[in-house]
Write a new protein. Sequence first.
Length: 339
Amino acid sequence: MLDSGIVSELDLALVHALQIRPRASWTDLASPLGATPVTLARRWDRLSALGLAWVTAVPGPAFSRGGCTAFVFVRCAPAARQRLAERIGRLREAVTVELVAASRTDLMLDVLAADLVGVHRFVSEELIPLPGVVDVEWVVATSLYAEGTRWRLGSLDPSQLSALGRSESGAAAGGSALDLGPADHALLDALVRDGRTRLADLAALTGSSAATVRRRLGRLTASGILAFRCDMAPAVSGLPVSVTFRGRAPVGEVNRLHRTLATLPECRLLAAVTGSANVLVTYWLRDIGSVQQRETAACAQLPSLDVTDRVLGVRTEKRMGHLLDGEGRRVGTCPIRPW
């Protein structure tokens, strides 16, 4: 439940604006949001300090061409759940780690690797040998129809959305391939920690000028290697319940999913995956009662969809490289490096 004493309407509008333009200046956001740059900066500093919202660098759309996204389901000894989640959270490849309630799963991981071999190596050499791991299943995303970079809070009105213009969070996936050097990796590591790090600070980090950094960032985003997203705690989203449905759909109908399930505002992730359950969809919901409602609605829209498992999130230990507390607030960072 959203606590109005913690998060104001301006805070919600600011977070939504940063989902659209994650690195926009406070001056650029001032007019659409009806506040001064100083006020916006102060509100963001408070949200960030409390771990309620943060901007981070993530792989851009080009990652789907060469990289590999996998979803890993881990069974473990009951007493080892929390300890194991914390240990897995320190592994770079496991970009998201969630404790869940399901019939055959205790932990659910989002894993990013350079290729299929990299996922296999991570699972077989780093994950399975960990004390407490009982069983592991993993599937690979063959198509991502919706994911966190595209999800929106829904706090801005049409005029504000129009004033903010086109999203800066990603780029077209058709950019040319780039060979990343040490300076590029240094930039990416810094931007995973804080996607709004100033150009001057990035320049000092890489020993270059602000103009050079600006060109590097432009090259990385234009090529589709780099994107940005604004994430938040449930106190901001007002959606404390996370549920992932796994299901089967006829191959010929899988591509229809993005016209149905992915268009719903609660849909955080929708992927076609390998395996007998070839559909995976995650919703952020207001309450437990909404879980059954969402499944019923999804099956009504897609009668051929057979839901085979319902994975209810209990706690998110890590989300896209950021460590969270029991209330979903950011408390630290374990940088990812899928590039």
